[in-house]
Write a new protein. Sequence first.
Length: 253
Amino acid sequence: MKAFARAYRAELLKLRRTLAMAMAVVAPAMVVLLQVLIWLNNRRGFDVDMDLWLAFAQNVLAMWALFMQPLYVALAAALVFHAEHASGGWLRVFTWPLPRPAVLAAKHAVVLSLLTLATVLLLAFCLLGALAAAALHDRIALPEELPLLTLTPRVAKVWAAALLLTAIQCAVSFRFAAISVPLGTGVAGTFVALFATSWKAGVYYPWLMPARALFGPEAQVPLAVGLGALGGLALIAAHVAWAGRGEAGLTRG
C-alpha cells in the first residue's frame, strides 16, 4: 500500500493545471448549463404536479450518463496515460523503485478520482443550476425540500455503472501511444450508445450501462450497476496484474 500511495501522490502532482483536471469542472458545468438554457427557453411553464428538483436533475443525469460522462472518461484516461507515452516516460517510470503494478494501479486510481470529482461537481452544479433557473424564470417554483436523499443514490448508480467503460478506456490508453485511439474508442462507444438506447442487450454494453442504471427497466438497474462496478474492478485488477509484469506494458502497436 505504501508503494501505491507514493505512486498515487506522484500522479496527482502531474494533474496540476492539466486539461484533464480542468475538464472535471467544465464537463459537468456544460451539461448543467445546457439544461438551464433549455428550461429558460420553456415559455409554456411546467406541470404543477412535477417535482422540479427531480425533473431538472433527471434530465442532467440523462445527458451526463449518455454522452458527456463517457466522453470525459475517454479524454481523462487518454491524457493521464499519454503523459508517459509522449516522452517515452514508461521506461523511466518503470525504473522507479516501485512495483510496476503499483504504478499502473495509481494511473487507474487517478482516472477514477477525476471521474469521482466530476460526478460530485455534477450534483453540486445540478442544485445550483436549478436554483439559477428558478431565479431567472418566473414560472419555475422549486419545492422547499431539497431531494438529496433521492438524488445521491441515482448519481452514485451512474458513477458505479461507468467503472467498466472507465477501465476499458484506461486499458486502451495504456496499450496505444497515439492519443487518437482511446479518444476514438470513446467517441465510437458513445456514438453507438446514443443510437442504441432501446437495444434489448444494452445492459451488457459498457457505454449504455450508466444510462440503464439511471432509467432502464427496473429489473436491469441492479444488473447494470453490478456489471459496471464489478466488471470494472475486475478488469482493472486483471490489467494491472498483466501489464505490470515483465515487458507486457512496454510493447506498442
